[in-house]
Design a protein around this ligand. Structure first.
Ligand SMILES: [Mg+2]
Length: 514
C-alpha cells in the first residue's frame, strides 16, 4: 500500500511538471474521408491534396489535465487505442518504446485498448501471447501490491487492472459476440444508433444455427463456441454429409474428414436436380423446423478453400429464409429476398504486408470474390453485396464504423472500471468527466487512420488519428510519390509509438516522462 501511495504522490506532483519534449518531426494535418473494402489497395496510386505541415500545438487550456492531489487522483478525459502490428510489434518483436509507453499509461491510470484487424485465435490466447511478447506481466505498473491477499484487485492501489487483458483487447472478430443476444446489434453499430435504447426486445443468435469459416474452420468453430454460440456448423460438416454439393475433388479432403461433425439437421433439398435425384419434390407445407436453417454466416479470418466456401455462401444467399438446399428465385431479383442468411466479414483488408516482397491477399479479397460471383448471378439492379444498401452483409474490422463503435463501447467500459476502482479517491466532478478524445495510434493510413477520421462517435468523442512510421506507412515512399500516397491524413505523424504517446500526453498537458 505504501508503494501505491508513493506512486500516487508522484502522479500528483508530476501533474505540475513541464511538458516533456517530443523529439520527432510532427505534422498536423487535415483529415479526409475514404473507402472501406480494399482500403489497403489505396496505398498504391492514391490521390490527395497537398499536406500542410504545421507545428504541433497543445490543446486549449480547458482541456488541460484536471488538478489532482494525493487523495483525489486525476481522471483523464482522453484515452488511447493502439493497433498492434507495425505499432507495438514488428514481425512479432516489440518495437522499442512500446512496452514503456504502455506501462507509463498504466501507471497513470490512463485507459487504453488494443484494436487490431488480426484474428483466428481466441482472445484470451492472443492476450497471453501478446503479454509475453511485450514483456508485460499481469499487473505491470501495479505490481503484486495491486492484489489483495485473496487475489482480488486492490481498489486503493494504482494500476488495479492488468495492462493487457480481454477487457481492453479487440480483434477483428471480437464484435461477433454482440450478436449472441441481439442479432441486429452490429447493424445498429453501423448506423450509429445506440442499441442500448432498444430495450432488449430483440433475439440473438446464441441458440440459432450459424456457419463459420476461416483459415482453420475447426479452430474458428471452437472460438465461436467459447463466445457462447451453441449451434455452429463449418463447411466440412456440410461437405461430409452432402458430397454432391461440391462436385470436385476437395483440396483439403483429409482436413475435412478429420474436422467434420454430423449436421444437427438434414438439408431441405428442394427445387433442384438434387431433389429430383433423391426422390424429393418441391415441397409446400413441409415442417421447415426439421431442416437445417442457417441464420448467419461468419468469416472469422482468411479462408483457405475459397471455392468450397464461395459455393456454400452463394448457396445460402440463394436459399429461402436460410434453408440450405432450397432456392428462392427472388434472391436473384432486383429487390432480392428477405429473411435470408446474413453474412459477416470480420476484416475488409484487401491486401496486407507479409514476408513476400509484394502485398498478399487479405480477407477483403475473399469478400470481393464472394461479391464478384454474386454480382454475376444476381440482377444487375440489385445493390452490390458488400454495400450497406444490400442489406445482407456486414463488414467489420478497421476502418469500418461498426468496429470503431464496438471499440469505443469497450473503451468506455474499461474506463468505467478504472474510475470505479478509484471511486473512493476521485472527486464526483472528476468521475463524471466525459471521454473527450481517443488517440488512435496506427501504422496503416487506409485502415487505422481512415477509420478514426471517418468515425462519428454517438457520445461526441473525438477520435484523433496519429500515424507512426514503424509499419505500413513508409515515409520514403511518401517522399518519392509526393503527397498522393496519403489519402487519409492523420492529425499527426511521428516516428514511433513512444513519440505518439508523448505527443498526445503533451497535447493533453500530462507528464510524458518515460
Ligand atoms: Mg498495423
Amino acid at each position: 500500500m505504501a508503494a501505491c501511495r508513493s506512486r500516487l504522490d508522484r502522479l500528483a506532483t508530476s501533474a505540475l511538471c513541464a511538458r516533456a519534449p517530443v523529439p520527432t518531426r510532427c505534422l498536423t494535418l487535415s483529415g479526409r474521408s475514404g473507402v472501406a473494402l480494399g482500403s489497403s489497395a489505396g496505398a498504391h496510386g492514391l490521390s490527395g491534396t497537398k499536406l500542410q505541415p504545421q507545428w504541433c500545438a497543445t490543446r486549449p487550456q480547458q482541456q488541460q489535465r484536471q488538478f489532482s492531489t494525493p487523495t483525489s487522483p486525476a481522471i483523464p478525459r482522453f484515452a488511447f487505442a493502439f493497433d498492434i502490428d507495425g505499432v507495438l510489434l514488428h514481425v512479432n518483436q516489440p518495437i522499442p518504446g512500446a512496452t514503456a509507453a504502455l506501462q507509463h499509461l498504466h501507471r497513470h491510470n490512463i485507459p487504453f485498448i488494443f484494436l487490431t484487424n488480426g484474428g483466428g485465435r481466441y482472445e484470451a490466447d492472443r492476450v497471453a501471447d501478446l503479454q509475453q511478447r511485450l514483456g508485460l506481466t499481469m499487473h505491470s505498473g501495479g505490481g503484486s501490491s495491486a492484489l489483495t491477499a485473496s487475489g482480488a484487485h486492490d481498489p486503493n492501489c494504482a494500476g488495479p487492472l492488468p495492462v493487457l487483458s480481454t477487457a481492453n483487447f479487440v480483434q477483428s472478430h471480437t464484435p461477433f459476440q454482440e450478436l449472441l443476444d441481439d442479432a441486429a446489434g452490429l447493424d445498429d453499430a453501423a448506423t450509429g444508433a445506440d442499441n442500448s435504447s432498444d430495450g432488449g426486445g430483440r433475439s440473438g443468435l446464441r441458440d440459432q444455427t450459424i456457419l463459420v469459416t476461416g483459415s482453420d474452420a475447426a479452430r474458428v468453430r471452437t472460438i465461436a463456441e467459447r463466445y457462447g454460440f451453441r449451434n455452429v456448423v463449418i463447411p466440412a460438416d456440410i461437405l461430409a454429409a452432402y458430397p454432391a454439393i461440391y462436385p470436385f475433388n476437395p483440396l483439403l479432403k483429409s482436413v475435412y474428414a478429420e474436422t467434420a461433425r454430423p449436421l444437427p439437421k438434414p438439408l431441405l433439398l428442394e427445387g433442384g436436380s438434387l431433389a429430383v435425384q433423391s426422390g424429393d419434390k418441391t415441397l409446400s407445407g413441409v415442417d421447415e423446423s426439421q431442416y437445417l436453417r442457417i441464420a448467419a454466416a461468419f468469416v472469422f479470418n482468411d479462408p483457405r478453400d475459397w471455392a468450397l466456401d464461395i459455393q456454400i455462401l452463394t448457396d445460402l444467399l440463394q436459399a429461402r429464409r436460410g434453408l440450405l438446399g432450397t432456392f428462392d428465385p427472388a434472391s436473384l431479383s432486383a429487390k432480392g429476398s428477405e429473411g435470408g442468411t446474413r453474412l459477416f466479414f470480420s476484416n475488409s483488408d484487401l491486401l496486407w504486408a507479409a514476408k513476400y516482397h509484394l502485398p498478399r491477399f487479405g480477407q477483403g479479397a475473399f469478400a470481393a470474390a464472394v461479391a464478384g460471383v454474386w454480382a454475376q448471378m444476381a440482377s444487375p439492379e440489385q445493390p452490390p453485396l458488400l454495400s450497406p444498401k444490400g442489406g445482407r452483409t456486414t463488414l467489420l474490422g478497421k476502418p469500418n464504423a461498426a468496429t470503431y463503435r464496438f471499440a469505443e463501447r469497450t473503451l468506455r467500459q474499461y474506463r468505467a472500471s478504472l474510475l470505479e476502482a478509484h471511486a473512493s479517491r476521485a472527486s464526483p466532478a472528476a468521475k463524471d468527466a466525459p471521454l473527450q478524445t481517443v488517440y488512435m495510434i496506427g501504422d496503416n493510413p487506409d485502415s487505422d487512420i481512415a477509420g478514426a477520421n471517418q468515425f462519428s462517435s454517438a457520445h461526441g468523442t473525438d477520435w484523433c488519428s496519429v500515424l507512426v512510421e514503424t509499419g505500413v506507412y513508409d515515409p520514403a515512399r511518401h517522399r518519392d510519390s509526393g503527397d498522393d500516397y496519403l489519402r487519409h491524413r492523420p492529425r499527426s505523424i511521428v516516428s514511433d509509438v513512444r513519440a505518439a504517446v508523448r505527443w498526445a500526453l503533451q497535447r493533453e498537458g500530462w507528464p510524458a516522462d518515460f
